[in-house]
Design a protein around this ligand. Structure first.
Ligand SMILES: [Zn+2]
Length: 718
C-alpha cells in the first residue's frame, strides 16, 4: 500500500468548488458526490498520421471492501479490435449495427510498463484472462497480481504507460481519415465487488471481456486528462475543459477534468463546427413544469429544481443546419430526465455528430459525452419529420442516468441500462415531440409502435435478465431494449402512473453513483408502490416466455325451454320439441327469453398477469369483469383489481377459462385486456372476438393498424 498522492492545490480547489456547486439543498435525497474508487490522471498524445496513442497514467485505486485485495483486473478493450480471434470479433462477425469492419482496420493497446508508484514493477506475473468464454486468444481482460495486498479501505497508486493503435471505426471507437472518436482507449480497472454487492457471497473482481453487445461496468472516480495533438484539431471530451496550452512543436494540449464519473472519452477533428448553448434551469423550465413534477413525485420544489448545463455540439459542416435539432433534443433530455429522475449534476454535456463514413461511432454514451446519429438526408423534407437525430440524442443522454450515474452491470443486466433507457427515452420523446417519432407520407409511428414492432411469439426463448452474450441468436436487442420498455409499460399500468413515476425517481436517487442489481429495483418497487411485485418480475423478467391472452370463442343464445323425459317410473312426463318451441315463442312474445352467453379465454403464453374481460351487450351496455376472480358471474360490474387485488395479488393461474352468464341482453363481443394495458402482449389481434355472424375477430381499425405496422417494421428491420 502506498500513501495517497499529495493533492495538487488546483485540483483541491476544483474539488471544493465542485462540492459547493453540487451541494444539494437540505433534505435533498440525491447524493451529492460519488465515492471515488478509481482515479485517473492521464496524458495522451495522438499521432493523426499513424492513428496511434501514447499514454501515461497515474491510477489510484481504493479498496472498497472489508477484506484485503491482492490483485487488480483491467480492461484492455482496444484489443477487441486486434484480430479475428477476439471475442468481440467472433461474436459480432466483424460487423455491428449494420457497419462492417474495414479490411485491415485493426486496433490494439499494449501496456508498456506498469509500476507501483514506489517503482515496484508489476508486469511480471500479469496474465490475460477470459472469464466469459475460455477464449485464450482474447486480450481484453488483464490480471495484475500485487506483491502486497491492498488492505480494506487502503489504496494503491500505479504508474502505467501504454501505446494504442486505434481501429478504423466501424463499432463505437476509432478513426476515419482525420476524425477520431476515442472511447475504451486506456487501461481501465474492472469493478471489485465486495461481499454483498449485487448479491455476491464472496468478494471478487467483476471484469468481463469486451463483447459484441456490452462493454460498460466501472467504478466512479476523478478523471483529469491532458490530450496533445496538432493544433488544427477541434477537441471535445468528457468533463469540463480546464485548460489549453500551445506547444513549441505545433501541437496543443487540451486539459479536461471531471469528478464522479465512470469513464472518459474524447473526439478530435479539424472540421468540427462547434455550437455552444446553455441549458438554463430558470428559463428552460417553466414554474408550471416544476410544480407539476413536484406534485407527480410528491416532492418539494427544491428537490426537483435543476441546475444549468453548458451544452456543446460538435457537428460536421454538412450537417451544421441540424445544430438546433441537437441542441433542442439535448436540452429536452436534460430537462425531463432531470425533472423525473433527479437533476443532471455535471456542468457540461458534449454531443458529437460523427463524420460521414464514421457512423459506427454514432449513438454512443460516455459520461457527459455522447455521440449522435444523423444523416444529411434528414436535413430536408420529407425526412426532416423523421425524428431520428432527436431520438438518438435523447437516448444517449439518457445513459447518463441509466449507466453512467446508476452504474449497473451492462454485461449481466443490460435491461437495467438499455431497457430502462429505452423506456425513459420514449417518455421524453412523447412529452416533447408529441406522439409521432416518424411521420412519412401519411405513415405515423410513435414510441409505443417502435417498441411493439418486434414483439412476437418468436421471441419466447430468453429471459430479459440474461448476460448480454447469452441470448438466443438475434435476440439481445429486442430483450434489452424494446421488451424491457414494454415490460415497464405493463408494470406502470399495474401500479398506476404516479406510483411508477415515484418508483423510478426513488430508484435513481437511491442508486445514483452506485451499482444496483435487479433485486435492488424490485425492492424499490415493493417499498415505494407498497406492493411486492416479485411475482411479476419472476414471470416477465427472470424467466423466458411470452404473454398472449386471447378470446378463443364467444357464443350468445336464447335460453331453451327444457325438452325430454322428466320424472321417474309411472310419473314420467315428456315435453316434446314442439311443446318446448311453443313455450319459447310465448316467452318471446311476453318480452323475450334470457340470453345464455359463453366466452372462452385462453392464455397462449407462459406469462400470466391479472387482466380483465370487457363484455359488450346489445344496446351498448358493457360489463368489465376481472380475470383474477373465479366467482365474478353475478351481474355486477367489476374493475380490474391491481397488484393488491382481492386474490392476494396473485394472477389467475389457469391456461384457460370459460365464463358463462345468463341475462336479458345478447352478448355482442368480448375483449380481453380492453385498455391495452398489458403492453407485452405479443398479439393484440386475438384479444377480441364478436358473436355474430361468424365469430371472427372483432379487432377494430386501430388494432389492425398496429398489426400491419408491426409487419411493416419487421420487414424493414427497424
Ligand atoms: Zn443505449
Amino acid at each position: 500500500m502506498l500513501p495517497a498522492r499529495p493533492p495538487r492545490p488546483v485540483s483541491a480547489l476544483l474539488a471544493l468548488v465542485a462540492l459547493l456547486v453540487a451541494a444539494p439543498s437540505p433534505g435533498d435525497p440525491l447524493p451529492a458526490r460519488a465515492t471515488h474508487v478509481a482515479d485517473y490522471d492521464m496524458r495522451v498524445r495522438l499521432d493523426p498520421e499513424t492513428k496511434t496513442l501514447d499514454g501515461e497514467q497515474r491510477i489510484v485505486w481504493r479498496n472498497p471492501s472489508p477484506e484485503p485485495v491482492g490483485e487488480l483486473w483491467f480492461h484492455l478493450y482496444l484489443n477487441a479490435f486486434k484480430s479475428s480471434k477476439s471475442t468481440f470479433f467472433t461474436e459480432s462477425g466483424g460487423q455491428l449495427r449494420g457497419d462492417r469492419m474495414p479490411e485491415d482496420g485493426w486496433g490494439w493497446v499494449d501496456v508498456r510498463s506498469i509500476r507501483r508508484a514506489d517503482g515496484v514493477d508489476l508486469a511480471p506475473g500479469a496474465t490475460f484472462e477470459h472469464p466469459d468464454d475460455d477464449n485464450a486468444d482474447d486480450r481484453t481482460v488483464w490480471r495484475v497480481p500485487l506483491p502486497e495486498a491492498v488492505p480494506p479501505g487502503g489504496e494503491v497508486a500505479l504508474d502505467v504507460t501504454f501505446q494504442a493503435k486505434l481501429p478504423r471505426v466501424f463499432a463505437r471507437t476509432g478513426y476515419f481519415r482525420d476524425y477520431f472518436l476515442v472511447g475504451q482507449w486506456f487501461p481501465k480497472l474492472g469493478v471489485y465487488e465486495p461481499p454483498g454487492r449485487r448479491g455476491r457471497a464472496a468478494g471478487g473482481w467483476n471484469c468481463h471481456q469486451f463483447h459484441a453487445n456490452s462493454e460498460f461496468y466501472a467504478d466512479f472516480g476523478h478523471y483529469r486528462v491532458q490530450i496533445t495533438l496538432p493544433k488544427r484539431f477541434v477537441v471535445g471530451a468528457t468533463g469540463k475543459r480546464s485548460g489549453r496550452r500551445e506547444n513549441a512543436d505545433g501541437t496543443s494540449t487540451h486539459v479536461f477534468e471531471q469528478a464522479d464519473v465512470i469513464d472518459f472519452a474524447w473526439t478530435a477533428s479539424p472540421r468540427f463546427v462547434e455550437v455552444k448553448s446553455t441549458f438554463s434551469a430558470e428559463k428552460d423550465v417553466t414554474p408550471q413544469e416544476y410544480a407539476e413534477t413536484a406534485k407527480l413525485l410528491g416532492r418539494s420544489l427544491d428537490e426537483v429544481r435543476l441546475s444549468d448545463v453548458e451544452v456543446t455540439v460538435l457537428l460536421q459542416p454538412d450537417r451544421a443546419v441540424q445544430a438546433d435539432r441537437h441542441v433542442k433534443a439535448a436540452k429536452a433530455a436534460i430537462k425531463w430526465f432531470g425533472l423525473w429522475y433527479g437533476r443532471y449534476p455535471y456542468p457540461t454535456l458534449t454531443v458529437v455528430d460523427p463524420a460521414f463514413g464514421a457512423g459506427g461511432s454514432g449513438g454512443m454514451e460516455y459520461p457527459t459525452f455522447i455521440t449522435a446519429g444523423s444523416s444529411r438526408l434528414l436535413n430536408r423534407w420529407p425526412l426532416d419529420r423523421v425524428l431520428l437525430p432527436e431520438e438518438v440524442t435523447v437516448h444517449e443522454f439518457g445513459h447518463q442516468y441509466w449507466q453512467s450515474m446508476v452504474a449497473t452491470n451492462e454485461f449481466e443486466e443490460s435491461w437495467l441500462d438499455e431497457g430502462f433507457n429505452t423506456h425513459s427515452t420514449g417518455k421524453v420523446m412523447t412529452r416533447v415531440y408529441g406522439p409521432w417519432t416518424v411521420q412519412l407520407f401519411g405513415l405515423r409511428i410513435g414510441e409505443g409502435e417502435l417498441s411493439r414492432a418486434g414483439n412476437s411469439v418468436d421471441r419466447m426463448f430468453d429471459a430479459i435478465r440474461t448476460p448480454a452474450w447469452g441470448y438466443s441468436p438475434g435476440n439481445y436487442g429486442f430483450n434489452s431494449y424494446q421488451r424491457t420498455d414494454l415490460t415497464l409499460q405493463t408494470l406502470e399500468s399495474l401500479l398506476g402512473t404516479e406510483a411508477m413515476a415515484r418508483v423510478m425517481r426513488t430508484y435513481h436517487e437511491r442508486w445514483r453513483f452506485r451499482h444496483p442489481t435487479s433485486e435492488d429495483f424490485y425492492a424499490v418497487v415493493a417499498e415505494v408502490a407498497g406492493k411486492d411485485a416479485r411475482w411479476f418480475f419472476d414471470q416477465a423478467v427472470e424467466r423466458p416466455g411470452i404473454l398472449d391472452d386471447e378470446v378463443a370463442s364467444v357464443r350468445s343464445e336464447r335460453v331453451l325451454e327444457p325438452r325430454g323425459v322428466f320424472g321417474e317410473g309411472e310419473s314420467k312426463t315428456t315435453i316434446t320439441a314442439k311443446e318446448a318451441r311453443k313455450k319459447e315463442s310465448e316467452a318471446d312474445k311476453a318480452g323475450g327469453r334470457p340470453w345464455r352467453s359463453t366466452v372462452v379465454v385462453r392464455r397462449r403464453g407462459e406469462v400470466r398477469l391479472p387482466t380483465s374481460l370487457e363484455l359488450q351487450f346489445e344496446g351498448g351496455k358493457s360489463q368489465t369483469v376481472s380475470l383474477q376472480e373465479l366467482d365474478f358471474m353475478g351481474g355486477k360490474t367489476e374493475t380490474m383489481p391491481l397488484l393488491d387485488g382481492r386474490t392476494d395479488g396473485r394472477p389467475w393461474l389457469g391456461r384457460w377459462k370459460r365464463i358463462e352468464m345468463t341475462g336479458e341482453r345478447r352478448l355482442v363481443s368480448a375483449t380481453v385486456d380492453p385498455g391495452n394495458r398489458l403492453a407485452i402482449d405479443v398479439n393484440r389481434l386475438n384479444n377480441s372476438r364478436r358473436v355474430e355472424p361468424d365469430g371472427r375477430a372483432a379487432a377494430h381499425w386501430g388494432v389492425r393498424w398496429v398489426f400491419w405496422l408491426q409487419q411493416l417494421l419487421a420487414v424493414v428491420g427497424l
